[in-house]
Design a protein around this ligand. Structure first.
Ligand SMILES: Cc1ncc(C[n+]2csc(CCOP(=O)(O)OP(=O)(O)O)c2C)c(N)n1
Ligand SMILES: [Mg+2]
Length: 796
């Protein structure tokens, strides 16, 4: 069994011997605490459900040195770090040593209310900067946080030292299999983002597999191609010294050529196996036998696994050398499970040490029974010295790291853009343009962004007024050449629109960063992101990631549904209303009319600023112009719109039917309601402005709005629900009071056509609604003149 090898680190030009001794002691302690925390959760804490608790001892060990160097020496309080998900125990152990994490929470690692399995900005109590868990996203988040910091800097909304903080990702090497990282790199390059470090824990292992050795080259090339500095930390100083001996070149060549799988296997087997292999391969090379004779098995193992990512001195030197703001990638060679019995084993990802192995490690770390949680026991450095050292660590100095920012005042109402017929998407564009003109204080804090669909989602008017953000500034070539265009594309540090390439994952990761601007950097922004509604799915995990961190933004999905008609199925969203309902931390609306949209926007600006009870908002909009009702919203109607729905036509006392409709399909519902008036004069028409709010209220409120609405409807009445989206987003309304229902909507792929063709094909036109009403009435036994369906429609 191979166990932790403290090695004897030597001082470096910038790190004195005493300092290094303390750091090495902390490195040892951090590794122990992480391993113990996981062991305790799996083997000691009582369990009730027979489930494995898990935790990642090997992933943690891999990064113990790198994190020790960062947190106990290199970081400043203004730096922000995304820690690779499976190093959560190391992070919590470090915060414990700083006195920012309680022993109780460590004892409850992965238990309810305890330290989280993956670092969580919202659920952990020890000041996690960026949540991680879904690999790749935390890494990208650091780039976008840096972009947000640059945006604030350009507008003088943030002071030093916050403005000079580094955005740092401690990444697992397999995270670079996730495409989102490369999308983020390209975008960051376009925006000239600075002051970002990505430190790759290059253990060449993922969950299942050992990575091919060839991977290093493309990785290195990509970074260099995008103007990053690449610092490769390959061999530790003990190995470097061995390379300087006779036979050292051959030894170096041998390791360089050693396939990752073989190297990992030998790292697992230990000293005797290294010896046998080296004798076999290099025994005839002058100097090698002497080198082997100079090392017993343990020392040989220590030497051969002395990769730079486990050599504190090398790591510290490299980090300190990168002292400018150039984006820097450190590729730090490591061994997964370093210092633990399963070091290098290809199956070690979810491996857990046995109680016997833990006991042996405890002994190797000079810990006695009962000292397992002790921050100082068993180390070569005394408790007082370590306490003093910790108190002096730059990162431990008092500084606000969770900022707050004053709220931006939101007007009591927005003027509704005047038009007889207008789409919600056009209304959105006009509203935003009007805000840019008429509400400067609010507009100054709005920042918009879009993945290459700025103009086609109607942000053009806003961009013409507020400009595109570019820290350096660039003129609009077409304007300079006096070529007519409705769109001004000038870029400057004053610009308030961040134009992204087509990568929806980037949109959501940027929204995550913009939406945390207040708490990360102390300056509040009101982010609005637009994209075509179906492509929400493309970035869904990043959207979830943004919401999980409680980032605040307004998302506009437009156009949506088959209502996009001629553009065909690939651009038509079907189940996004269910995403709106199902995504925690996101409130979804789908307005039919533009006055509703204006009220939703006003509410959204307040909601995203409500630090306690707020969240992000999603508005599903359409390009279909609709005749607008001639009305002024009463306070009561405003409330109902926000609560999720209102009776456009309240049901009469003898109503046999109500149509429940959402979004632009309300026009068909109005038509069908008219068609039914003669047969069913008491029928009601309910406009649902938010299936999400309506459903949430039903689940959580004492007097749910949906119940109050349905109180107006006799218990015997039937419902026809209809939307341009998946029918289950509305059909649940029937179960509130047990009304019979025919649910209409779209549950197949979209296709090209005109509105009449498509609405008929998917059974959501007026005729289909009337047909559904007829079927309901037949089912309910409504007879004679009271039966609907003279038209004999073809509802589905
Ligand atoms: C998006 C996503 N897919 C899959 C997983 C499951 N998973 C967890 S860790 C891991 C491999 C991680 O390897 P690496 O990043 O190299 O970390 P290491 O443990 O080697 O330090 C995988 C596939 C995940 N967390 N996120
Ligand atoms: Mg790995």
């Amino acid at each position: 069994m191979i166990l932790f090898d403290a090695g004897a680190e030597t001082a470096t030009p910038t790190i004195g011997a005493d300092r290094l001794r303390c750091l090495q002691a902390l490195e040892q302690k951090v590794l122990w605490l992480a391993v113990w925390m996981i062991h305790h959760a799996n083997h000691i804490r009582p369990r009730r459900d027979g489930l494995k608790v898990g935790g990642h001892q090997a992933s943690s060990a891999s990064v113990a040195t790198l994190m020790t160097a960062l947190y106990f020496d290199v970081l400043r309080p203004s730096d922000r770090v995304a820690v690779k998900p499976h190093a959560s125990p190391i992070y919590h152990a470090i915060q414990y040593l700083f006195g920012r994490q309680s022993r109780e929470r460590l004892e409850r690692f992965r238990a309810f209310g305890g330290a989280q399995a993956y670092p969580s900005r919202t659920k952990d109590a020890d000041d996690v900067d960026f949540s991680t868990g879904s690999v790749g996203l935390g890494v990208a988040m650091t780039s976008f946080a840096a972009l947000v910091r640059d945006y604030l800097k350009a507008k003088r909304l943030v002071d030093d030292p916050i403005a000079s903080g580094r955005m740092i990702a401690l990444a697992g090497d397999a995270e670079f299999d996730e495409g989102n990282i490369f999308e983020a790199m390209v975008e960051a390059w376009k925006h000239g983002v600075r002051n970002v470090w990505w430190i790759i824990d290059y253990n060449r292992q993922s969950l299942d597999a050992v990575a091919p050795e060839r991977f290093y080259r493309p990785l290195d090339n990509v970074f260099r191609g995008l103007d990053w500095r690449v610092v490769t930390l390959k061999y530790g100083r003990r190995l470097e010294r061995a390379f300087a001996r006779r036979g050292g070149d051959a030894l170096c060549g041998w390791i360089d050529a050693c396939p990752n799988g073989r190297y990992s296997a030998l790292a697992y087997k230990g000293g005797a196996a290294w010896r046998e292999q080296l004798l076999h391969d290099l025994g005839d090379t002058s100097g090698i036998r002497e080198l082997l004779d100079d090392h017993d098995d343990a020392a040989l193992h220590g030497l051969m696994t002395n990769l730079a990512g486990h050599d504190l001195g090398s790591v510290l030197e490299a980090f300190h050398e990168a002292d400018d703001d150039r984006p820097t990638c450190f590729i730090a060679y490591t061994i997964k499970g370093y210092g633990l019995p399963f070091a290098g084993h290809k199956d070690n990802h979810s491996g857990l040490m046995t109680p016997d192995q833990i006991d042996a490690l405890k002994r190797a770390m000079n810990l006695r029974e009962g000292e397992e949680w002790d921050p100082y026991a068993g180390l070569d450095v005394g408790a007082d010295e370590l306490r003093a050292f910790l108190a002096d660590v730059p990162f431990a100095q008092p500084a606000a790291r969770r900022h707050s920012a004053p709220a931006v005042t939101v007007p009591a109402a927005f003027d509704v853009p005047a038009a007889d017929a207008i789409s919600t998407q056009a209304g959105f564009g006009r509203l935003l343009t009007d805000i840019a003109r008429s509400h400067p204080a609010l507009a100054d804090r709005i920042v918009t962004t879009s993945p290459d669909v700025t103009v086609s989602t109607n942000l053009g008017g806003w961009v013409n007024r507020r400009g595109i953000f570019d820290p350096q500034g660039r003129s609009d070539g077409f304007k300079d050449e006096r070529i007519a265009s409705p769109q001004s594309w000038a870029m400057s540090p004053r610009g308030q629109h961040i134009e992204l390439g087509i990568a929806e994952s980037n949109l959501f990761t940027l929204l995550a960063a913009l939406g945390l601007s207040g708490s990360l950097f102390g300056a509040r922004l009101l982010p609005i992101g637009t994209l075509y509604d179906p492509f929400i799915s493309r970035g869904l995990d990043a959207l979830n990631y943004a919401c999980y961190q409680n980032a605040r933004f307004i998302l506009v999905g437009t156009p949506s549904g088959v209502t996009l008609a001629p553009e065909g199925g690939a651009h038509q969203s079907v189940y996004t209303p269910l995403i709106g309902m199902g995504q925690p931390g996101l409130t979804a609306f789908e307005p039919a009319y533009v006055d509703e949209l204006c009220e939703m926007f006003r509410w959204s600006f307040e909601h995203i600023q409500d630090d306690e009870a707020g969240g992000a908002v999603y508005l599903r909009l359409s390009t279909r112009p609709l005749s607008q009702p001639a009305r002024r919203l009463t306070p009561e109607l405003r409330e109902q719109i926000l609560a999720g729905g209102y009776w456009l036509v309240p049901p009469g006392p003898d109503a046999e039917l109500a149509i429940v409709a959402c979004g632009p399909i309300v026009a068909e519902a109005v038509q069908a309601h008219r068609d039914l008036a003669e047969d069913l004069p008491d029928a009601g028409l309910l406009v649902v402005t938010s299936p999400d709010r309506l459903y949430g209220g039903w689940r959580n409120d004492r007097r749910p709005h949906v119940e109050q609405l349905l109180d107006a409807l006799p218990a015997t009445a039937g419902l026809v629900t209809v939307l341009d989206g998946h029918p289950s987003a509305l059909s649940w309304v029937a179960s509130v009071k047990g009304h019979p229902v025919v649910p209409l909507g779209v549950d197949g792929f979209g296709q090209s056509g005109d509105l009449a063709d498509l609405y008929a094909a998917y059974g959501i036109d007026a005729e289909a609604i009337v047909g559904a009403a007829a079927r309901l009435c037949v089912r309910r036994g409504v007879s004679g003149s009271r039966r609907a369906g003279a038209t004999g429609a073809s509802g589905r």
